[in-house]
Design a protein around this ligand. Structure first.
Ligand code: MTE
Ligand code: MO
Length: 225
């Protein structure tokens, strides 16, 4: 099972060029970071938040199912559909106008690497409320430009106030990290963090399985599973 896990995962271990000690993140000192890691910080990216180190928003290798997506923002739409009162289409600026939230959250991939990043974005529930959530909706399905899919329970999105982020470490989300939007699926494994999101669909199917979930990864995707 472990072997299958590693061979089929969407994430590469090459992504992590930090030692096990360094990946403790909060305790790590800048001196312990490799030069390769430091070179990944983009211009303007902050490296520290409230006394603790932030990892570079961009990793050294891309593991996406169809490569990095470069979105033309003028042609970009975010569609909210499925079990909503009104199917709604937002452009990039529409989302940026909503109330914003900032939180430092760690992304954990199934292969053991992690990245602690300061995210800024909007509450997914605020977007859904604008379209009107219907009573039968239980699952929120994210679909992306590259055909990637994943889902989260609607209850989690609302109760845990999950964010759809447009900034990482103080800079506009780089294409590698999902520009224009990434789902910050706090406390869920990396494959729940859909990047390049183009559609959010409300469903009444509690057993919906996204791309990696169909390939055997846990649908709950809780960290430590
Ligand atoms: N659209 C899309 N989103 C995706 C993926 C993908 O292939 N396509 N891979 C997922 C996986 S497995 C992980 S671990 C995170 C990794 O994000 P990062 O490599 O940019 O840190 O993105 C997730 N979101
Ligand atoms: Mo992953």
């Amino acid at each position: 099972m472990i072997l299958v896990f590693l061979l089929t995962s969407g994430c590469s271990t090459e992504k992590n060029d930090l030692s096990a000690d360094d990946t403790q993140g909060i305790a790590a000192d800048v001196d312990q970071i490799s030069a390769a890691t430091i070179s990944r910080y983009r211009e303007g990216e902050i490296k520290e938040y409230m006394g603790s180190r932030l990892d570079p928003a961009v990793g050294p290798a891309d593991n996406s199912i169809n490569g990095i997506q470069y979105i033309d923002i003028d042609a970009y739409n975010l569609k909210i559909d499925g079990l909503v009162d009104t199917e709604t289409i937002f452009d990039y600026e529409d989302i940026l106008k909503l109330d914003s939230y900032e939180r430092k959250i760690t992304l954990y991939c199934v292969e053991g690497w992690q990245a602690t990043i300061l995210w800024k974005g909007v509450l997914i529930k605020d977007i859904l409320d604008l379209a009107g959530i219907q009573d039968q909706a239980v699952t929120v399905i994210f679909r992306s430009e590259d055909g990637y899919t994943t889902s989260l329970p609607l209850d989690d999105i609302i109760a845990r106030e999950l964010i759809l982020a447009y900034e990482a470490n103080g800079i506009v989300l780089p294409p590698e990290m999902g520009y224009p939007f990434i789902v910050v699926a706090e406390d869920k494994l990396g494959y729940k963090w859909a990047r390049w999101v183009t559609e959010i669909r409300l469903s009444d199917d509690p057993s919906y399985l996204g791309f990696w979930e169909q390939r055997g990864f846990s649908n709950s995707a809780d960290i430590g599973e």
